[in-house]
Design a binder for this molecule. Structure first.
Ligand SMILES: Cc1ncc(COP(=O)(O)O)c(C=O)c1O
Length: 448
């Protein structure tokens, strides 16, 4: 390798020595990114791209927040690492700050370095605490990539390890999807039968330790449940002595216009898992928060879980700064205040483009779902197309947007719009305009 790497060198070495995640490797040509600031990322040629999904729905503060960067530097100079058995001021400061922003009652914390590991911790804790083994999740879900969390994942990222390597005792309930209900019900006449069916499952399965839900399903379509859903799920779990785990890896940290999505319904989970926005993704940190009641069990029982990097000081201090910055910039309220603006813009886009079947979301967390046919709601592509590496219509549209300076996350047949919470109305307009232009690709494929 030469001393100074050209862009071609960087891309070639990345391709040659690394795996591209969740994809066929053959045509992977990653773009070299050299800088990022505010709501923009910048490539090696100096081209700027509006980050309309905050990378993986995680850079909530925007790029290059000075206070978070300073916290990383300060902690690196003070105490870069110490094993989890010790107390540190970063740990104490973050734990105290968490009790102020998490849903009430979640007061005991296990730190991880990803959302995946946070869910793995939640499953182990639930199984140890209840002495039961089964975990119920839903088909339209993503809970992580390792053994337990991929087994709990409903979406097709699970398929590759089935059947022989799938973790045991994970079951799927129907998702709440009021736009395209898998059992063809219509809200409100349905009386939210999907959640009642979950109770039917618990009664018939026995041995259920926990139910895990993304309060608003993320990657799989920003599916917002009706207001009665979560309170009813809480009551079902209570009736059957089953723990409720809220996976707020994506929905936490102001994304939906509250600190956590469960706050919209005043529902208190027994465990809450999160990651991503906890440090605005500047350093890898995840969290599994539990109630005092669960915590008390382990006073006299062996807590059989841990990691070398649990409560890593370098990950905790930036989280303290992230929470302080979110409060200083009032970003939770900002996400709520920008919701009507985003809604109006997206509804206008739907009016104009026959390929849009639905737009939905909360705060600064939105999906634009594409269909071939608004009446049948048939998508352009299926989950199977995705795992077979076919060229997807949404990916063609995202590539067109990229050419026009906007990065946009796409999944199967929808887009997830989730800009940094510091986004301005002008920047929202830029993102929507790029999508507006690119949607001609899908409009041309609509069944007449
Ligand atoms: C809801 C949800 N849970 C868990 C995860 C896994 O988190 P990580 O990628 O940090 O392991 C994700 C990642 O996107 C997610 O969206």
């Amino acid at each position: 390798m030469p001393d100074t790497l050209t862009t071609a060198d960087v891309v070639q070495a990345t391709r040659q020595y690394n795996y591209g995640t969740w994809r066929f490797q053959k045509n992977w040509t990653p773009l070299q990114i050299v800088d990022a600031e505010g709501c923009y990322i910048i490539d090696a040629a100096g081209k700027r791209y509006l980050d309309f999904s905050a990378q993986l729905m995680c850079v909530n503060l925007g790029h290059k927040n000075k206070a978070v960067i300073a916290a990383i530097a300060e902690q690196a100079q003070t105490l870069a690492y110490i094993m989890p058995g010790y107390a540190t001021s970063a740990r104490a400061e973050l734990s105290t700050a968490l009790t102020e922003v998490l849903p009430q009652g979640l007061t005991k914390f296990f730190f991880t370095t990803s959302g995946t590991e946070a869910n793995e911790a939640a499953f182990k804790i639930a199984r140890m605490y209840t002495g039961k083994s089964k975990i119920i999740s839903r088909y339209r879900s993503y809970h992580g990539s390792t053994a337990g969390s991929i087994a709990a994942t409903g979406d097709p990222r699970r398929w590759a390890i089935e059947p022989s390597s799938k973790g045991r005792d994970f079951l799927f309930a129907p998702e709440v999807n009021c736009y395209d209900c898998p059992i063809k019900h219509t809200y409100p006449q349905c009386g939210i039968a999907c959640v009642d069916y979950l109770e039917h499952m618990i009664e018939n399965e026995q041995n259920v330790a926990a139910v895990i839900v993304e309060p608003i399903v993320g990657t799989n379509g920003v599916l917002v449940p009706p207001p009665e859903y979560m309170p009813r799920l809480r009551a079902i779990c209570d009736r059957h002595n089953v723990l409720l785990i809220a996976d707020e890896v994506m929905t936490g940290w102001g994304r939906t216009g509250k600190w956590f999505a469960m706050d919209h319904w005043g529902v208190k989970p027994d465990m809450l898992t999160t990651a991503k926005g906890i440090t605005s993704a500047y350093v890898p940190l995840g969290l599994c928060a539990t109630t005092e009641k669960i915590a008390a069990y382990f006073d006299d029982h062996y807590f059989a879980h841990g990691h070398t990097y649990e409560a890593h000081p370098l990950t905790l201090k930036p989280a303290v700064a992230t929470i302080a910055e979110m409060k200083r910039l009032d970003l939770v309220n900002r996400a709520a205040e920008l919701e009507p603006y985003m809604r109006t813009k997206l509804e206008a886009l739907k009016e104009k483009h026959p390929s849009i079947g639905d737009v939905r979301g909360m705060g600064l967390f939105w999906a634009v779902e594409l269909v071939k046919n608004r009446i049948t709601k048939q998508p352009f592509n299926t989950m199977r197309d995705k795992v077979e590496g076919k060229s997807l219509v949404v990916d063609q549209i995202a590539a067109h947007m990229m050419k026009n300076g906007v990065t946009q996350q796409a999944w199967v047949s929808h887009f997830v719009i989730a800009p940094p919470l510091i986004v301005t109305k002008e920047e929202i307009d830029i993102g929507i305009a790029a999508m507006d232009q690119a949607l001609a690709i899908a409009d041309a494929l609509v069944e007449s």
